[in-house]
Design a protein around this ligand. Structure first.
Ligand SMILES: O=C(O)[C@H](O)[C@@H](O)[C@H](O)[C@H](O)COP(=O)(O)O
Length: 260
């Protein structure tokens, strides 16, 4: 696992724009070297902010959108098209504006889809889709994610893995159903920490004063059960993309020089 690297930006808008620029370069480089790219999206305001910034980025179409596979770190288990679904918000922020290959947009099942309201069956189906996409060179039962993005909750949750909840303790499965989520809606589908940790790079997004305590806790030695964000590490890189407000409670020793 990789030691967390921190980059602190002036405010959440600049963090989103800088993260979007970073994502363009990462995808373009992956496509240049392997012919495609696998990226895992996250829900929430910071995650959608990065997608909206990417949609507006001048270099946006350096990405070969037809050779990009998109996955989700978690999804709210609601009917297709529900405005609260992460994919619905991602479509509004970016996906509807770019020429993706629909076969390479891997939505997590909706609650009115082929598995009905059986969230465990829906989670198992997504795990099977990931396993089918995993080649022999991949680590475990998921494809090599070039970048896996995660918003960080004020309680240090990432994806739909919440402190002290069963999901954060899962060590075998790659995808689980989540019940009783403290963040509404209560029923969700989520990647697990083993799936998250198979990514080449994990980028954690946190902006705003309401994240300062969670950022400080996750980076100051808390365990992953108490602070799931602490367990979200990439094989080659773990990058915390922050704004100054979210970094404001970090010990000075962890605080990098603020970037522009
Ligand atoms: O489905 C979700 O709600 C997200 O995937 C969740 O993990 C989110 O990323 C964090 O709660 C941060 O959300 P904000 O960026 O809105 O604070």
């Amino acid at each position: 696992m990789s030691t967390p690297q921190l980059v602190v930006h002036r405010d959440k808008e600049l963090m989103a724009q800088a993260a979007a620029a970073r994502l363009i370069t990462k995808i373009v480089d992956a496509q240049a070297s392997t012919g495609s790219a696998n990226v895992v999206l996250t829900g929430g305001r910071n995650g959608n902010g990065v997608l909206a910034a990417l949609a507006a980025a001048p270099a946006r179409d350096a990405i070969d959108w037809g050779r990009l596979d998109l996955w989700w770190g978690d999804e709210r288990f609601l009917p297709e098209g529900d405005p609260e679904r992460n994919i619905t918000q991602a479509e509004e922020a970016l996906l509807d504006a770019v020429p993706l290959d629909p076969k390479r947009v891997h939505a997590m099942p909706a609650s009115d889809g082929p598995y009905g309201t059986d969230v465990e069956a829906a989670a198992d189906a997504y795990a099977e889709e990931l396993a089918r996409a995993a080649g022999p060179a991949n680590h475990g039962a998921v494809p090599t994610f070039d970048v896996l993005m995660l918003g960080v909750g004020p309680d240090t949750h990432v994806a739909s893995l919440f402190p002290e909840h069963p999901g954060v303790r899962e060590t075998e499965r790659t995808v689980i159903g989540v019940h009783g989520s403290p963040k509404p809606p209560p029923t969700r589908i989520s990647l697990t920490l083993p799936a998250i940790r198979s990514a080449r790079e994990v980028w954690l997004l946190a902006a705003g004063e309401d994240k300062a305590n969670a950022v400080a806790m996750a980076l100051s030695g808390a365990g992953e059960i108490q602070a799931p964000a602490a367990g979200a590490q990439g094989r080659a890189r773990t990058l915390w993309l922050l704004d100054t407000a979210a970094a404001s409670q970090l010990p000075r020793s962890l605080y990098p020089p603020a970037s522009a």
